[in-house]
Design a protein around this ligand. Structure first.
Ligand SMILES: CSC[C@@H](O)[C@@H](O)C(=O)COP(=O)(O)O
Length: 354
């Protein structure tokens, strides 16, 4: 049995990177794109945790979905002895894979609740697989709903251009995308002139993934170096910056790919709108502000080298945080499947998320 969620409406969902087969999980190796489309087959939670850590799969919602399937695999392949201990260990391992995107912990908590309610391994195998599929399907549905809300909020009558950062498309989600879902929807409605895609150093999610995903689906895209964003805004080429999120805290601060904060500062200076699009699984009302979020720092080699080719003096000291915090005050709208928080602050966030 292969599960790829079916769109509830007749919308193309883009190139998805996660395929569930009941006893195995396939992940499209995003490290090799756009050069090579290689799928990795996994039969255990350890492999899924490793794939999240190594960025085979990335993007907050896709990480959460993959981790959920990882727990389902742990049950499916449990030895039968102390199956509870095996599943608990799998959850611990998955939780340690990456620290920042809250979707990972949200998905694992959902899986853990189901696990605690199971009385036998048979029951756990069935119910954990079905919960993981539900998480996957709900994410796709949320992406459609967010695109609809965003379009209504934008209220455009003529085509305009947007600028985006990182990759927030089908590859990063259960399909369609968050910020790129809005882009897809604008394109479907013939309201999209062009998408400027920041290349997004150092992993180049914009250059390798967003440019690939959009051009493959016939959506206009222009790739730019991250440093060109100010010049693009100064030329008045874009009306809106649209980005995703890895965690949105109770006061409306947004933790997202490094460089997002700079874009928000630039957008405010140039009077360009700044919109964040993320499912409610990215909202973390238990964390007061962005200052309380653990920001992942990755190895300096990601800055010093590209695919083994040196770009900087060997061993040079590097600061490589992979996310930053955009203060709520720089954000015009946070769009979720539950609705839009306009000029986010703690009151607006509480009104929608409790
Ligand atoms: C819909 S994806 C939203 C975010 O997860 C995305 O913008 C991002 O920062 C991804 O970071 P990554 O390090 O590639 O996992």
């Amino acid at each position: 049995m292969t599960t790829t969620p079916k769109p509830s409406q007749e919308r193309a969902i883009g190139t998805v990177a996660i395929r569930w087969h009941g006893s195995s999980l396939e992940l499209l190796d995003q490290r090799l794109l756009p050069g090579e489309e290689h799928w990795i087959t996994l039969e255990g939670a350890a492999g899924v945790a490793q794939s999240i850590r190594d960025m085979v799969v990335r993007g907050a919602p896709a990480i959460g979905i993959s981790a959920a399937y990882g727990v389902a695999l742990a049950a499916r392949h449990a030895g039968g002895g102390d199956w509870k201990a095996e599943i608990k260990q799998a959850i611990r391992e998955l939780a340690a894979s990456r620290p920042t995107a809250v979707n990972l912990f949200w998905a694992l908590q959902r899986m853990e609740r189901i696990f605690h309610a199971c009385h036998s391994l048979d029951e756990a195998v069935k119910r954990l697989a079905s919960e993981a599929r539900a998480i996957h399907e709900e994410d796709l549905a949320a992406n459609f709903a967010m695109a609809d809300h965003a379009l209504e909020f934008i209220g455009a009558e003529a085509p305009f251009s947007v600028l985006t950062h990182c990759n927030t498309g089908a590859l990063a989600t259960g399909g369609y995308g968050t910020a790129l879902g809005v882009v897809r929807r604008l394109h479907e409605e013939k309201l999209l002139a062009d998408v400027y895609a920041d290349e997004t150093r150092p992993w180049l999610q914009g250059g390798r993934l967003t440019a690939w995903e959009l051009s493959r689906d016939g959506i206009p895209v222009t790739l730019n170096a991250d440093g060109a964003a100010a010049a693009i805004m100064a030329r008045k080429d874009v009306r809106l910056v649209i980005v995703g999120a890895d965690r949105i805290t109770a006061n409306g601060d947004v933790v997202n790919k490094i460089g997002t904060y700079s874009l928000a500062v630039l957008a405010r200076h140039h009077k360009v709108g700044f919109m964040v699009v993320a499912p409610s699984s990215t909202v973390d009302m238990a964390t007061a502000s962005g200052a309380d979020v653990a920001i992942e720092e990755r190895d300096g080699i990601e800055i010093r080298e590209i695919r083994g080719i040196g770009l900087a003096p060997e061993g040079i000291n590097v600061f490589n945080p992979v996310f930053d915090v955009t203060p709520a005050s720089l954000i015009d709208a946070i769009v979720t499947e539950k609705g839009v928080v306009h000029n986010p602050n703690i009151t607006g966030m509480q009104a929608l998320f409790g």
